[in-house]
Design a binder for this molecule. Structure first.
Ligand SMILES: Cc1cc2nc3c(=O)[nH]c(=O)nc-3n(C[C@H](O)[C@H](O)[C@H](O)COP(=O)(O)OP(=O)(O)OC[C@H]3O[C@@H](n4cnc5c(N)ncnc54)[C@H](O)[C@@H]3O)c2cc1C
Length: 520
């Protein structure tokens, strides 16, 4: 079996296949495995999460099955989870502990502080329903909706799949600041504003985090996100998997409707009865699959997948931690938290509108973390790392291109941070900007979309990657999708790799029935 791409999902799939006794070869075109979940020593001594930066979504079942702690996987839960400064000099922090967080909320609205614990419970309830869907192929829609058959759960369906994050938050809270601190996960990585219907689901997608026994939380992978994928690679090798890096697959070899292997960019051909693609759906079916091999209707569905860039990364090496006006001292609670600069829903909506018109937001939403404040292994002694996820950044800029615009984007990010941490410029030693175009070129994620395709309700569950083909199989015999282009979508969850491997093993053992869209 060949796994094309050593992203975290490809590695998870390879692990399960190898454990089951299959002979597995992973081919990764980059020099390093991990895809978007890597850590690079971008400047001497500074270990930078070039792309993904926070852990929490990786399914605990996978961590346990693959015994990842034995291979170096370690995480740090941070607390507070969020720290958000406002232009009036105030800041709101959310602790992991619900009562402690509610006490902070009370500084902005006593009514909202009373609602907050119920809101956390509401999500616990939603996640009880959603979590079992993660590590299983998606059921057909009608079957899935049976999970939501009581009047109470019917409201959940409406909330999650049809409403916007703004609608949801307006129903729960009165304070603009409280809504602001709770909304970022509804739009992160997604070319939508908080008022766009469907963003309530994007929020749910990011709330399934689980770390150290806590739900709805995020943390760091010790040493950086590459710690996760390096552990997965070590486990894979222990499971008998062969990993080759620096090998790009140019195309699949296809005979009579079946994949028979791959051809690499250097012209090497490698035979295999089963090929799993960790590349996104557009790359897999429109670039790697020989033209004319797929049913026209399927190909049309693939072309219709929305895969829009929404964000860029600004990563930096710091001589010291910058001081936040609203939380004096360094390190402070802010440095040990996710700092979100997005002081209102309107701020996000305006940033989104800029991007719709082809501009980098004039007031960008910045999610920033200083991993070195809790994990000194990522920076030289006394120095620090800064990673910023910056939105909105459309795939194409009107009137210019991203390479020409990088320095301006960096200045805008620094100006925005300086409004809350005035000494930021003095502490930045080096910086890099990774644009949607870079994400596309380096990782092959179409449009620079960080999830291998939008995770809005029309592109999730049995609709992912295209309706009728959500169960990891494809119209080509022996070809499977094992990355986040398949259910349950993006984020470092490992779930797509896990689920794809189960289906591949079923087919490998000859259990599956005839190949039709509904059975696939
Ligand atoms: C900027 C950014 C920030 C993010 N932040 C977070 C975060 O903080 N937390 C989180 O949970 N998620 C985050 N995400 C999302 C998450 O990282 C991705 O959804 C996830 O890592 C995708 O994993 P994957 O294995 O499905 O695919 P990928 O990581 O895309 O891996 C695919 C692999 O296939 C390889 N490949 C592609 N084509 C070929 C070919 N022809 N031949 C050989 N190899 C090939 C690629 O090089 C790549 O290594 C972020 C993503 C980005 C881009």
């Amino acid at each position: 079996m060949i796994v094309v791409g050593g992203g975290h999902n490809g590695l998870v799939a390879a692990n399960y296949l190898g454990r089951a006794g299959a002979r597995v070869l992973v081919l990764e075109r980059r020099r390093v495995v991990g895809g978007a979940a890597i850590t690079e020593e971008t400047w001497p001594g500074f270990k930078i999460n070039t792309f993904a930066y926070v852990a929490g979504l990786l399914r605990q079942e996978i961590v346990d099955d693959l015994q990842l702690p034995l291979y170096g996987y370690r995480t740090i839960l941070y607390d507070p989870q969020y720290w958000m400064p406002f232009p009036n000099g105030r800041a709101l922090k959310l602790w992991v502990d619900t009562d402690r967080a509610a006490a902070e909320v009370a500084k902005f609205s006593v009514k909202d502080a009373r609602a907050y614990p119920k809101y956390v419970e509401y999500w616990d309830h939603v996640l009880e329903l959603l979590e079992p869907l993660m590590l299983a192929p998606p059921a057909p829609l009608a079957e899935m909706f049976q999970l939501f058959s009581t009047p109470e759960t019917e409201t959940l369906v409406r909330d999650l799949f049809l409403r916007s994050a703004k609608d949801l938050l307006d129903e729960w809270f009165e304070s603009d600041e409280v809504k602001a601190v709770l909304v970022p996960n509804a739009v992160i990585g997604t070319m939508c504003g908080p008022s766009t219907p469907g963003t309530a689901y994007v929020l749910a997608h990011h709330n399934v985090g689980n770390l150290d026994g806590h739900k709805q939380v995020w943390g760091f992978s010790v040493g950086g996100m590459g710690g996760i994928t390096q552990a997965l690679a070590r486990a894979a090798v222990a499971n008998g998997v062969q990993i080759r890096t620096g090998v790009a697959v140019k195309n699949f070899l296809v005979q009579r409707g079946r994949v028979t292997g791959v051809e690499t960019s250097t012209g090497e051909t490698i035979s295999a009865k089963i090929v799993a693609s960790n590349a996104d759906a557009r790359t897999t079916f429109l670039k790697l699959t020989p033209p004319g091999s797929l049913p026209a209707e399927f190909e049309k569905g693939v072309r219709q997948i929305r895969s829009r860039g929404a964000a860029l990364k600004f990563n930096a090496a710091l001589s010291a931690l910058p001081e936040f006006t609203a939380e004096p001292g360094a390190p402070s609670d802010a440095h040990r938290s996710t700092v979100d600069i997005a002081p209102s829903l309107e701020y996000l909506e305006e940033g989104y509108q800029d991007a719709v018109e082809g501009r980098f937001s004039s007031k960008p939403f910045i999610e920033m973390l200083f991993q070195s404040a809790l994990d000194p292994s990522v920076a030289p002694p006394g120095k620090h790392t800064l990673t910023c996820f910056v939105q909105y950044a459309p795939t194409e800029l009107r009137g210019t291109d991203w390479d020409a615009f990088k320095a301006t984007a960096a200045e805008r990010v620094l100006d925005t941070i300086a409004e809350y941490a005035p000494n930021i410029r003095r502490v930045v030693e080096h910086w890099q900007v990774v644009t949607p175009k870079d994400i596309e070129a380096i990782l092959g994620m179409t449009g620079g979309n960080i999830f291998q395709g939008d995770i809005t309700p029309d592109q999730i569950l049995s609709f992912r990657p295209v309706p009728g083909w959500a169960q990891y199989r494809t119209p080509l015999g022996g070809l499977y999708l094992c990355g986040s282009a398949a259910h349950p979508g993006g984020g470092v969850t490992g779930a797509a790799g896990h689920n794809a491997a189960q289906i591949m093993l079923e087919d490998w053992h000859g259990v599956s029935g005839p190949r039709t869209p509904t059975s696939s």
